[in-house]
Design a protein around this ligand. Sequence first.
Ligand code: SF4
Length: 247
Amino acid sequence: MLDKSNASHTSPPKLFVLAAAALLVVAGSFLLISTRISAIWTTVAVGIFAAMVVVLLGGLTALMGIRRGQLPKTLHGFAQWSTAALYPAAMLAGRILGLEKDRVRGSFIEIHNQLAAMKQVKAQPDEILLLLPHCLQWADCRHRITVDVNHCRQCGQCVIGDLLDLQRQYGFHMAVATGGTLARKIIMDLRPKVVVGVACERDLAAGIQDVRKIHVVGILNERPNGPCYNTTLNVADVEKTIRSLVQ
Ligand code: SF4
């Protein structure tokens, strides 16, 4: 069964800011209502509204930077911080507006990747970690690639073999994680400069939020058999990402 959430690959960044703007309207309405309740509620509402305005300004800065294809270095941090701060707000607004969760997540990942690209971070191959989800491995494969990807016999049943070729060609690190806890441990142990993370919208958005201090680039997997089962990806996309990062 085709996983329809893959449609979110084309989520426009606008969606994310629109969803956040909807929440701003909610915060504004709260502000208006609170003025009729009590002074304390008005103060709280003003604080929430002001915070939302700052965060939304950061979101708009990010969107304008993406449109123009560049952003002053001094605004990179603000744009990324605001995008991360907008994420839970956008999820909430998305729920109110009846948007698919993965569309909002996909939009967040797209904005994050475009902001990350603008930073033009470069690294040596051995400073890059390609972190893969276990569901990329063919479900009937008996080789324990979560222990060591070199256990893969490159039989061609899944993309792990092709990714191993790429890893040997460029010399970056590659690991397969069975979940978020192991993914975090791999990152903590290796301490790479850049993580190229492959996952579904949910895991990728959570991972980007988790690993704030490391440069992360996200690549969505493809799920022709439904979620978490015999997933795949475009190996050329991975190679393009690695080439853009290598010094
Ligand atoms: S390519 Fe590697 S991981 Fe994939 S099924 Fe074959 S041996 Fe297993």
